[in-house]
Unconditional design. Structure first.
Length: 459
């Protein structure tokens, strides 16, 4: 029997329940909306993020649809829902929707940009001393496999925004003086380790002035700080949505203005949307997916192999949920930005005071204008590691494992500028009490390091 009339699925509005919900106060009340285990202190939100239970319901809805009728959903329904998600993130970022596509994570986005560029002898990729490790290795790979070379802008935090921008401009001028071409510069909105805000707006303008392509690794930005990409106008920008926007993993937005679409010929990996250059006698490789009238750039990123696309489709719901958050008379994004920056500042000052150390900051006070705070630990490079960098990182490894095994928490440790630092991540479900607890834990752990417990690991 052939079914000519398929029973339509009941309509479901993933935003309806969220729109009907009450407002949520940042802090203790917001904590109830997350599935974090009882007793676990999630003080390192910045690494992998997490999302509210309400968004989990939306995620499972899309996953269920994909299982009920796989071909119907993936081939026909998903592209429509994806366009809605693209429109939502474009409006949020104040960017042209035709420039916004999604990739699984920021590393994929930066790789997509850097590997699509065609390098000529003399081309130089500029990167910064605090580059995210995976991005730094991507640059290393490209210099191994193409004619491009690289140049690192060297510095040590804390330094002023003026100093950093001056070093960048000097690097550009120095490369040109050597007769080389500073092709592209990759830099952060907010660096990962240490977790500090970079003057990315000024760096982008310097790129524009000197004819350098700007590639912003904004892994820590969407959902954490205000952004207007149309106004900023970078050549390339990527940011994780699963870190600070409360979207399930993995989901990142890649923004490429129309002027640069032709440079991004392929996704990573190359998939059905790729249009090969004409070659005489070559067979036409047709896509098995439904025809699309969208631009080549948008169409290319719509389907990149078979993956769980549910997280991407949760973007509109996450944006709607965030509108419910309140703090001190503010609501939505303004409440989130204000609460997390305030909490990061308070937590950093509290911990530094209790440990007798300091918060990483420059004279301008710009490094901590975000959701991160970096506190130096009361340990001595000479006394605890005998001036050995290898031993210093062994201590980092030991402390990280001890927090997980014995204290049911995790914090981001880093050995930087001959000192150990802890990066604190403020989030809407945390309060100052969480960081008071974390301070007491660090006191104990640092005392254990001083007693040499880390040396017995694996003995």
């Amino acid at each position: 029997m052939v079914l000519k009339n398929v029973t339509p699925r009941p309509k479901y509005d993933p935003l309806a329940a969220i729109k009907r919900s009450e407002t949520i106060e940042c802090g203790t009340e917001a904590r109830k909306h997350f599935a974090i285990a009882d007793g676990y202190h999630n003080l390192n939100h910045g690494s992998f993020g997490t999302y509210p239970k309400e968004i989990g319901n939306v995620l499972r809805h899309y996953q269920d649809l994909a299982e009920e009728r796989p071909d119907v959903f993936i081939r026909y329904d998903y592209p429509k829902a994806l366009d809605e998600a693209r429109a939502a993130i474009a409006e949020y970022l104040k960017a042209p929707v035709e420039g916004c596509v999604f990739v699984p994570n920021a590393s994929t986005g930066t790789n997509t940009v850097l590997r699509n560029l065609v390098y000529q002898p003399g081309d130089v990729i500029i990167y910064f001393a605090t580059v995210y490790g995976a991005c730094g290795k991507t640059v290393a790979y490209i210099t191994e496999t193409t004619p491009a070379t690289s140049h690192m802008v060297e510095y040590t935090y804390p330094l002023s925004d003026d100093e950093l921008c001056s070093k960048f401009e000097q690097a550009i001028k120095g490369i040109k003086a050597e007769g080389k071409n500073p092709r592209v510069a990759i830099y952060d909105t907010i660096a990962s380790q240490p977790g500090v805000r970079m003057p990315f707006e000024r760096l982008t303008e310097l790129c524009r002035q000197h004819g350098v392509l700007s590639c912003i690794d904004g892994a820590h930005s969407v959902g954490g700080i205000p952004l207007e990409l149309g106004k900023l106008d970078p050549d390339f920008y990527v940011s994780n949505c699963h870190k600070w926007l409360h979207v399930p993993r993995g989901c990142a937005v890649l923004y490429v203005p129309e002027r640069n679409h032709a440079l991004m010929r392929s996704t990573l990996p190359t998939s059905h949307g790729f249009v090969p250059a004409p070659v005489d006698g070559a067979a036409d490789i047709r896509s098995p997916l439904p025809p699309s009238a969208k631009t080549a750039f948008v169409n290319s990123f719509e389907f990149v192999g078979t993956v769980d696309n549910g997280p991407t489709l949760c973007v509109p719901a996450a944006l709607e949920w965030r509108k419910k958050l309140t703090w001190k008379g503010k609501q939505g994004e303004n409440a989130i930005y204000a609460y997390t920056e305030h909490l990061a500042h308070e937590a950093g000052e509290l911990m530094a005071s209790a440990l007798g150390t300091e918060v990483m900051e420059n004279a301008e006070g710009t490094l901590a204008k975000c959701f991160f705070s970096n506190v130096r630990l009361p340990l001595s490079f000479q006394d605890q590691a005998q001036g050995d960098v290898g031993k210093a990182f062994e201590i980092v490894t030991w402390m990280s494992r001890v927090l997980v095994d014995e204290y049911d928490t995790f914090m981001g440790f880093n050995f930087y500028a001959d000192a150990w630092w802890v990066r604190l991540s403020a989030q809407v479900y945390l309060t100052l009490e969480d960081f008071k607890w974390g301070t007491e834990v660090l006191k104990e752990v640092c005392e254990r390091v001083k007693k040499g417990e880390w040396k017995t690991e694996g003995a």
